[in-house]
Every structure is written in structure tokens, then in C-alpha cells.
Design a protein around this ligand. Structure first.
Ligand SMILES: Nc1nc2c(ncn2[C@@H]2O[C@H](COP(=O)(O)OP(=O)(O)OP(=O)(O)O)[C@@H](O)[C@H]2O)c(=O)[nH]1
Ligand SMILES: [Mg+2]
Length: 450
């Protein structure tokens, strides 16, 4: 990672555009000197106190100085809160650069916090997740990770591993003393405990991943059953065109919505039937493609009309997929009994017009995806972390097998090697032993000023 940390960096930390307040952030060895030049102030700033000053000759602003190491980056940091005008903020930034700072790269403030040991890698990743959060649950989960839930869970597993490794190494190094620093049963017990703890962490990973990454729910069905109406009702906005003409929707329409805390990309598709023209044919083929990439398919049928061959075809085609059958238009007189669908367990009755049943549908979506239990956010959510903890667990499983064999000294060495592997994987999570390209890739995702 080719960042120099000797430079003082500066960036606009608030989003592009106009707002009540905008913030310019400066960090590095010369941050306070830059603030002096910007404000023309000769007396020292009071640390962590808001100071009103005219900045860069353009605007009155609030200047706050944080001294190293007690700052976001661990370096001297100056935050300048001015009026949220892009012109003003740019002028302050240009003045900061003229005073000796350079423009910060994306994520460089957080990168420095990581380098200076203010936060570890999962916490840095949590900063990006928090900024990107779409649902309150996503924000809460990211904020817990930033607080250090995962950091602490990994650290305590790692401490236990370290302890076990130290004892085993002593046994291996002094085999002639005829003294085992650690009894085989004790190794087995410690390994079982470690396996239990990594297992508990991983048990939450599927739900964690769903919360972090969100999911794709695709609405399919024959024309005119009310797919676009349902899409609009769930999105809370009239995004897709609704008409009584079958074959209204031609293209995919997507919207990101919050379904019971899950960030959900909802996709409306063209009605599935033998297409009447080339445009519709393309729409139908896109609908099939979208279905293939879905975490969950909502198959919509119309309760007020007899089931048609096209309905049966969609129901048959999606049988093997993770799906819910949405029986729509229940505000109208029903034309067929629900029993005729066979497995009633996967049905939800709704009206896209009156919104009846939509709450139930939202809950059923979460249940169908095993994403329930949303009260306590899981500690592990990120594929990178999940893959590494799985790797650690595999190494521990190997160690447990080796520890189970009766051949004393030899198995101790095998156990040791496996425990070292497990440790390496965990240290790659926290960033203590993470390849530079992985670190660079993580910070590339950040926005400038973060
Ligand atoms: N009474 C009633 N009418 C509905 C309901 N849902 C949809 N409709 C009506 O059914 C017709 C078709 O609705 P759309 O949402 O366009 O149906 P679609 O499945 O998207 O149709 P295509 O895009 O053509 O495949 C419209 O006239 C809607 O107003 C419902 O729950 N109750
Ligand atoms: Mg439609």
C-alpha cells in the first residue's frame, strides 16, 4: 500500500453538494500549522474545543483541533465546519493545500487510523459499511463491529490459541524432561472449546451476510396478476407502470427497499407467457435471467381469475427454487380455492391495492431466507471474515484429530502446525497479517474524506 504517512492530508468530508454544514478534515504532522495559516491565528488552539474563526478569508467556521494520538486517525487532526457550500469548502481545501497539505486519497483517514492502531481491519471495514448502510439494522450491525464486537471475539479466541501454542511448544522443546507441560486431555478439551467458539461465531454468518450484503427478491408471474402493483406497494412508491393491459412491464425495474431490516433489492419483471412481439420476448428472457440470480422468488398469482396454463407453467418452473407464492387480489371475490395450489405453507394471501397481507409477506420473506431474529445483530457479516474464520476452524478440526491420536510427541508437532495455521487465519481477519493487496482493496471502497 503506497501511502506516505509523513504527509498532511486534507479532504472535504461531507457529501458533494449543498448542505447546512460542510466539513473539511485535515490530518497529519502539520495539521495544526495548516489550521494556523487558514485562520491567521497566532495563539494556540484549545484542543477539542470549538473555535470560531474566519477561514481562508471566505467564511466563518468552527475549527476543532484534536491532538495525536487521541484523534480519529491517531495523528493531529483539524476539522473545519463551514457553511455547506461547495464553493466555500473548495476554497478552504485549496487554501489547506496551499498551506502544505495534500489531497487525501479515498479512505486515507481511516487507513491512517488502522496504521496507527486506533482501529483494526474489521473496524475499518465497519466504517465503510456504516456509511453504506441502507437499513437501521445494517447500521446497527456495522456500528457494533466498529465498537469491536468481532475484534473482541477474535482476540479472545486468539489469546486462548496463543496460550495453548506456548504450552505445546514447551513440551516439544523439552521432550527429554519426561514432563508434559500440557496433558493430552487438556489439549483435547481446549480444542473442543475453541471449536465451539469458532462454531458459534460462524453460526451467525449466514444471517450476518444477508444483513450486510442484502438480498435480491424477484417478482415473477404471468401477465396482469399484479406484479408491478405488488412491487410498488412494497417499495412504497409508484415506481413501475401499472395498467390493466397484460404485458405492461417489459424491462426489469429495481428498487432497494427495507424489508424487516434487510436491505432488499426488489426486482419487477415482465409477465411470463409466449411473447407477442420482440420487445416482450426480450422482457421475458430478462425476467428468466433475473430469476436465476434471485435469493428468493415471489411467484404472483391472481385469486380473482381462474388459474391459467401460464400460471401453472411458472409454478412448475419455480418449484425447485427458494420461493413464496403470493396469492394477490384477495380484495376481489375469489375464483378458486387456495387448496388447489397444493402446498399451502408457501402461500401468502395479499392485496396489492389495499395492502392487506403485506406485513405478513415481509415477515415471510425473512423467514423464507432464515434471516429472522433481527433483534441482536450478528458479530460476523463480511465474506472475508467468514472465509478466514472457516479456515481457522478447519485447522482446529485437523488439530483436534491429531490430538486424538495416541502417538504423543509426533502428534504434538502436528497439532502445533495446525494451531499456527488457525492463528494465521485469525490474524488475517484483524489485519495483523493481511496481504497488502487485500488491504489496498479494502480501502479502495471508501469515499474520499472518510
Ligand atoms: N383489485 C385489485 N386489483 C389489482 C391488485 N393488484 C393489481 N391489480 C390490478 O391488476 C391490473 C394489473 O396490474 P399490474 O400490477 O400491472 O400487473 P403485472 O403483473 O405487473 O402485469 P404485467 O406487467 O403486464 O405482467 C391493474 O389493473 C391493477 O390495478 C389487487 O390486489 N387488487
Ligand atoms: Mg407489470
Amino acid at each position: 500500500v503506497s501511502f506516505s504517512t509523513l504527509d498532511t492530508i486534507a479532504a472535504i468530508a461531507t457529501p458533494a453538494g449543498r448542505g447546512g454544514i460542510g466539513v473539511v478534515r485535515v490530518s497529519g504532522p502539520d495539521a495544526v500549522a495548516v489550521a494556523r495559516v487558514l485562520t491567521g491565528r497566532t495563539t494556540p488552539f484549545e484542543v477539542r474545543r470549538a473555535t470560531l474563526a474566519r477561514v481562508a478569508g471566505t467564511d466563518s467556521a468552527i475549527v476543532t483541533v484534536f491532538e495525536a494520538p487521541a484523534s480519529y486517525t491517531g495523528e493531529d487532526v483539524v476539522e473545519i465546519s463551514a457553511h455547506g457550500s461547495p464553493v466555500v469548502l473548495r476554497a478552504i481545501l485549496v487554501a489547506a493545500v496551499a498551506a502544505g497539505a495534500r489531497l487525501a486519497r479515498p479512505g486515507e483517514f481511516t487507513f491512517r487510523a488502522f496504521l496507527n492502531g486506533r482501529i483494526d481491519l474489521p473496524q475499518a471495514e465497519a466504517v465503510a459499511d456504516l456509511v453504506d448502510a441502507v437499513t437501521p439494522l445494517q447500521a446497527r450491525t456495522a456500528s457494533d463491529q466498529l465498537d469491536g464486537t468481532l475484534t473482541r471475539a477474535i482476540a479472545s479466541i486468539d489469546a486462548q490459541l496463543f496460550d495453548l501454542i506456548a504450552k505445546l511448544e514447551a513440551s516439544v522443546d523439552f521432550p527429554d524432561e519426561g514432563y508434559h507441560f500440557v496433558q493430552p486431555e487438556e489439549i483435547a478439551r481446549a480444542l473442543d472449546d475453541l471449536l465451539g467458539r469458532t462454531g458459534a461465531l460462524l453460526a451467525q454468518s449466514r444471517r450476518g451476510r444477508l444483513i450486510r450484503e442484502g438480498l435480491r427478491v424477484v417478482i415473477v408471474g404471468r401477465p396482469n396478476v399484479g406484479k408491478s402493483s405488488l412491487f410498488n406497494a412494497l417499495a412504497g412508491a409508484a415506481r413501475a407502470i401499472v395498467t390493466e393491459v397484460p404485458g405492461t412491464t417489459r424491462d426489469l425495474v429495481t428498487e432497494v427497499v427495507d424489508v424487516d431490516g434487510l436491505r432488499t433489492t426488489l426486482v419487477d419483471t415482465a409477465g411470463l407467457r409466449d411473447a407477442r412481439d420482440r420487445v416482450e420476448a426480450e422482457g421475458v428472457s430478462r425476467a428468466r435471467g433475473a430469476r436465476a440470480a434471485a435469493d428468493l422468488v415471489l411467484v404472483v398469482v391472481d385469486r380473482s381469475q381462474a388459474l391459467e396454463a401460464d400460471d401453472r407453467a411458472v409454478l412448475a418452473e419455480t418449484r425447485q427454487e427458494r420461493r413464496l407464492v403470493v396469492v394477490n387480489k384477495i380484495d376481489l371475490p375469489g375464483a378458486w380455492p387456495l387448496e388447489s395450489l397444493g402446498d399451502r405453507g408457501e402461500c401468502v394471501a395479499v392485496s396489492a391495492v389495499t395492502s392487506e397481507g403485506l406485513e405478513e409477506l415481509r415477515q415471510r420473506v425473512c423467514r423464507a431466507l432464515d434471516a429472522e431474529g433481527l433483534e441482536d445483530p450478528p458479530a460476523i457479516t463480511n465474506v472475508r471474515h467468514i472465509a478466514l474464520v472457516e479456515q481457522a476452524r478447519e485447522a482446529l478440526t485437523r488439530a483436534r484429530l491429531a490430538a486424538g491420536t495416541p502417538d504423543g510427541a509426533l502428534s504434538e508437532e502436528f497439532v502445533l502446525a495446525d494451531l499456527q495455521d488457525a492463528r494465521e487465519a485469525l490474524e488475517e481477519v484483524t489485519g495483523r497479517r493481511t496481504p497488502d493487496d487485500v488491504i489496498a482493496h479494502i480501502f479502495e471502497r471508501f469515499c474520499i474524506g472518510k
